[in-house]
Design a protein around this ligand. Structure first.
Ligand code: GLN
Length: 502
């Protein structure tokens, strides 16, 4: 196959790829090989993948082609390649969550999300890089080295799911999966000019998702278009009896919404608290233009005051570390992965301590210490208890807001992609990247990030965040599709296609 052919395959949307496979214009094997070749050509520079499952992917692709030959009906994403965040277990395929402590661990079971992807005949190309245990906003906390932003290889792709977003932006895969505890799907989408959705908490099963902060963690879809994101959302969502927090209700009609984009007659909220110090001028400019666009498209803009959002970051950085300190206790050197110092003489406690010392990176240790402190008796009410009260106030602010509006919009991140190394030794500067994304996780509702332009000062992508109430995820797609269509008309095509091609 010629290089030109390869380029035309890797640039297709997931929806178009699936159609061409179903019609026989392309085979799933051809499509998979084109993406594997692309990974081979560029991933040395991007480092989106921790593990490429060449054989597994080709076997899945061959199975799709055989199914088609037998005349069996194919699903809407059959044969389409996908990059899976290394936070989800995959039977027989290494899973590390970006940590040394899980190096070499081969899970004996599939996450529910992995199983659903396989059942939908999606081709899993491999596992993507991430901040260790999803703790971070830049993918620099991975024990296996950072991922680079395809727009500018000296800059971060966002985090924690930088690998998944970079794989999309570098055309290594048309679909990807992320997890969003405080923004890790939406931030990388924002910094790489791709689309990412954090579904309603409980909308996508957490069974087999390596836990960071269980009351906040949520898996979700990532792609280069709103429709592709919706198609993937529909595949992975739905009730799972293996996850006690999974919602037992029909999946919101996300695909239908993505096919019928419109904001006419909708009330769209702009929250006072998502502005001010720390916001880059070009980000604010593109956001304001997006609000103008929404007006032109027939939406009514409503100003909102959500005072407790100012406390979201502080509450999150108590709740998430508290839950992580408990979740990560399972890495005790006995059950999974790494074991250090087991010489037959040392005690179990010593081996556990040596393993955790060697296996966890600095950010993970910082959070375990912070969380253990916040949960200790005597401090529990002052820290963890107060943070939970703030969480309730934030949920109430959202409830009041959604009495007045259908969706809320904001910038996804206060800045564009920052240089690798700039914030890695300054945790507080790193935490500020989460300013706009965290309230949604604390309240459990749904949100999307999609491209809304390039910042004039640095030419880097800016993301627009759309937030909807819980179980109204379809509204994200309805609004997102309308915005995407209008902006692409303005730009003369998808913005990503105007970016650098590695
Ligand atoms: N940056 C946030 C954190 O470090 C969010 C990460 C995430 O969503 N997984 O906790």
């Amino acid at each position: 196959m010629s290089a030109d052919n390869d380029q035309s395959i890797i640039k297709l949307t997931a929806a178009a790829t699936a159609e061409k496979i179903a019609s026989g214009e392309l085979t799933a094997v051809e499509v998979t090989e084109a993406h594997l070749a692309r990974i081979e050509a560029v991933d040395e520079k991007v480092h989106a993948f921790l593990h490429v499952d060449r054989e597994g992917a080709l076997a899945q692709a061959r199975a799709v082609d055989a199914k088609r030959e037998r005349g069996e009906k194919l699903g809407p994403l059959a044969g389409v390649p996908l990059a899976l965040k290394d936070a989800f277990t995959t039977v027989g395929v290494p899973t590390t969550a970006g940590s040394k402590i899980l190096e070499g661990w081969i899970p004996p079971y599939d996450a529910t999300l992995t199983r659903k992807l396989k059942e939908a005949d999606v081709v899993i190309l491999g596992k993507t890089n991430m901040d260790e245990f999803a703790m971070g906003s830049s993918t620099e906390n991975s024990a296996y080295g950072p991922t680079c932003n395809p727009w500018d290889l000296t800059r971060v792709p966002g985090g924690s799911g930088g690998g998944s977003a970079a794989a999309l932006a570098a055309y290594e895969a048309p679909l990807a999966i992320g997890t969003d505890t405080g923004g890790s799907i939406r931030q990388p989408a924002s910094l790489t000019c791709t689309v990412g959705v954090k579904p309603t908490y409980g909308g996508v099963s957490r069974y087999g998702l390596i836990a960071y902060s269980s009351s906040l963690d949520q898996g979700g879809p990532c792609a280069r278009t709103v429709l592709d994101t919706a198609l993937l959302h529909e595949v992975i969502a739905g009730h799972d009896p293996l996850d006690s927090t999974s919602i037992n209700a029909p999946v919101p009609p996300v695909v239908e919404a993505a096919r019928n984009g419109s904001v006419a007659g909708m009330r769209v909220g702009v929250v006072k608290q998502f502005a001010g110090e720390g916001y880059q001028a070009g980000v604010v400019q593109r956001f304001n233009e997006s609000v103008e666009l929404l007006k032109e498209l027939g939406a009514e803009i409503v100003e909102l005051d959500c005072p407790s959002f100012d406390l979201a970051l502080a509450a999150y950085y108590l709740i998430a570390p508290s839950e992580c300190s408990s979740n990560l206790a399972r890495f005790d050197a006995m059950r999974y992965g790494l074991r250090v110092g087991d010489d037959g003489v040392r005690s179990t406690e010593e081996v556990t301590a040596l393993t955790r010392e060697a296996g966890f990176g600095p950010e993970v240790k910082r959070r375990i210490i912070l969380g253990t402190y916040a949960l200790s008796s005597g401090y529990y009410d002052a820290y963890y208890g107060s943070a939970q009260k703030v969480r309730t106030l934030i949920t109430q602010d959202f409830e009041r807001a959604f009495e007045e509006v259908d969706v809320i919009v904001s910038p996804t991140m206060p800045t564009t992609a920052f240089p690798i190394g700039e914030r890695v030794d300054d945790p507080l500067a790193m935490y500020l990247a989460d300013l706009c994304t965290i309230p949604t996780n604390l309240a459990g509702n749904s949100a999307m990030s999609l491209p809304c332009g390039l910042a004039p000062e640095d030419g880097l992508p800016v993301g627009l965040q759309i937030i909807a109430p819980a179980m109204k995820d379809d509204r994200l797609y309805k609004v997102g599709a309308a915005v995407e269509k209008a902006l692409e008309e303005r730009w003369g095509g998808p913005l990503l296609s105007k970016g650098p091609m590695l």
